[in-house]
Design a protein around this ligand. Structure first.
Ligand code: ZN
Ligand code: ZN
Length: 181
């Protein structure tokens, strides 16, 4: 039973969410935010060294450079993340203005955690009419194209156009011709 549930979930994930590719995700970040992140990094170096300059007992030079580099990297990373959330929320059909503001104002990066927990799946297009569809839809709301066919015998998700169910070997053409459309 547990194995069957796992297989079903895998099948759902394969159709709704492409596998995570870090470089592919990085491309979502708008170029302007990459420039902003670089500026933030440089500004952090200046700011941190200015603070050390005012400190009557500053740490030695190597420690200053390390703190500056680390602090700048963290700030630059969060700048990129703001850009990512902005574009990612948009392509998922979420309120991207609201989410950009939320991740910026909620302290301790909690806004990002909430975002990654609640974000909607990436929307795709209906293979038949091109309408933007939510991956949880079973049918295209415009042309009724069957987006997620299920085996009529074992009710597991199957691929569009399959002739036989890969789980129970049911003949899909015989059982439900419309499942192959
Ligand atoms: Zn359609
Ligand atoms: Zn089946």
């Amino acid at each position: 039973m547990a194995a069957a549930g796992g297989q079903k979930r895998n099948a759902m994930q394969r159709t709704s969410e492409p596998k995570f590719d870090f470089l592919e995700e990085l491309r979502v970040v708008p170029n302007v935010m990459i420039v902003v992140a670089a500026v933030v990094f440089v500004a952090a170096q200046v700011g941190i060294h200015w603070l050390f300059h005012r400190d009557p007992h500053p740490p030695n030079g190597d420690v200053q450079i390390a703190i500056g580099f680390f602090g700048g990297s963290v700030l630059a990373f969060f700048t990129l993340l703001v850009g990512y959330v902005n574009r990612d929320a948009k392509r998922r059909g979420m309120n991207y203005v609201l989410w950009t503001i939320l991740v910026l104002i909620i302290p301790n990066a909690i806004g990002y955690i909430i975002y990654f927990v609640v974000r909607q799946p990436i929307r795709g297009n209906c293979p038949q009419c091109g309408t933007t569809v939510n991956p949880t839809f079973n049918f295209c709301p415009k042309c009724k194209f069957l987006l997620h066919p299920a085996c009529p015998q074992c009710h597991r998700s199957i691929e569009v156009g399959a002739t036989f169910c890969p789980y129970c070997s049911a003949d899909l053409k015989m059982l439900a011709p419309e499942a192959r459309s």
